[in-house]
Design a protein around this ligand. Structure first.
Ligand code: SF4
Length: 367
């Protein structure tokens, strides 16, 4: 049996082989990125000066849970209205929430605004350039900190979103289901991140996952990493990453009150700052609870009693991350004298900047 040389150190050997593998991956991926990168409004093209961290941050916060196609118009509107970080910091929070309406996960918009203010007040309006310092800021978690550090400052930070998770799970044939596989994938991501052009590498991994190593059947023939890919060799690429079955979403129920003035304005109110859809406009509604409402008991929560509410025949559903909401609605028209007694905002329903769940309530009206 061959003997190990006296000075051989397994951890150094492992480290060296990881470095070689990282160099192989980057050596194949970066030339592919130079030719096939996606052109995105928040991105500098390969070889250009690094992207403005404000743009990277804004786009990454918007892209959480949302697609590139959806984010495009929002990103353009935000930049047109607030071209620099300090302009966003100086804006009233309700303007930022109104511009965000429809993107969902409204805590992100509140944190975005809070973060802009911290950067303006405590960092001279500039982003710090390390993962550790970025993590101290409101609304910036591990993924966003790594993305800003890598893409805007070319730091070798391991960036891991859903696309990158998929590429890594396949490249290294990680069969452990998500989310339990995340720690393994983080180690692999770190080991694979090169010190040369780490920002382009991070974006290349994202692009590969978005365009070639896509969910379902990947396009391995077009993949620059196919010679290194373990899942491809094993014929299991389409089945990775494995996912643990999701528990069924609980369901909640509400009844919306669509109340109109003679001029067509509808009654809205603002939700509490904290919690789901915090700070956003909504129409009054019965509490969102686990059991369906009987009409009579739901009417006890109406903004005005002793008027005739018409029940709408259609219903709607909105799916939040942790539950689905079943929506029914009633509507009524009142005179200007009655309306003047109610607290809230009277707005034309088509002009109110409301989240998607509330838009679905508005669509149930006939008046
Ligand atoms: Fe994904 Fe196929 Fe490329 Fe492997 S070879 S990384 S499965 S596209």
């Amino acid at each position: 049996m061959p003997r190990r040389p006296r000075d051989a150190n397994p951890s150094i050997a492992a480290d060296a082989s990881q470095k070689r593998q990282a160099a192989r991956i980057a050596g194949l991926l970066l030339p592919w990125y130079d030719r096939h990168h996606r052109s995105l409004p928040w991105r500098a093209n390969p070889g250009q000066p690094k992207t403005d961290p404000y743009r990277v941050w804004l786009s990454e916060i918007m892209l959480q849970q949302t697609t590139v196609a959806t984010v495009g118009p929002y990103f353009a509107r935000f930049l047109a209205r607030w071209p620099a970080l300090t302009a966003l910091a100086d804006a009233p929070q309700e303007d930022v929430l109104a511009e965000w309406a429809g993107l969902g996960y409204y805590a992100r918009a509140r944190n975005l605004h809070a973060c802009a203010r911290v950067l303006r007040d405590q960092h001279g309006g500039r982003f710090p350039d390390t993962v550790e310092a970025l993590l101290e800021l409101p609304g910036i978690g591990a993924y966003t900190a790594a993305a800003i550090a890598a893409i805007a400052f070319d730091r070798p930070a391991a960036v891991m979103d859903g696309n990158v998770e998929r590429v890594l799970a396949r490249l290294f044939a990680v069969r452990e289901p998500l989310p339990a596989a995340k720690p393994i994938l983080r180690v692999l991501a770190k080991a694979a991140t090169p010190t040369e052009r780490p920002g382009d590498y991070a974006q290349a991994m994202m692009d590969l996952g978005a365009t070639v190593c896509s969910p379902g059947e990947p396009d391995c023939l077009l993949c620059p990493l196919n010679s290194l890919c373990a899942a491809r060799k094993l014929g299991i690429a389409a089945s990775l990453p494995a996912k643990a079955p999701k528990p069924e979403r609980p369901r909640r129920h509400t009844l919306a009150f669509l109340l109109l003035r003679p001029d067509g304005a509808m009654l809205f109110r603002r939700r509490p700052e904290k919690g789901l859809l915090g700070g956003m406009l909504e129409v009054p509604s019965a509490p969102w609870r686990d059991t369906p409402w009987q009409l009579d008991e739901a009417l006890a929560h109406a903004p005005l009693d002793r008027i005739t509410w018409q029940e709408r025949p259609a219903s709607a559903e909105h799916v939040f991350t942790h539950f689905a909401l079943s929506i029914r609605a009633v509507e009524a028209r009142i005179d200007a004298r009655q309306a003047a007694k109610l607290d809230g905002n009277w707005l034309p329903p088509g002009e109110a900047a409301v989240p998607t769940a509330i838009k679905k309530m508005l669509r149930l009206r006939s008046l």
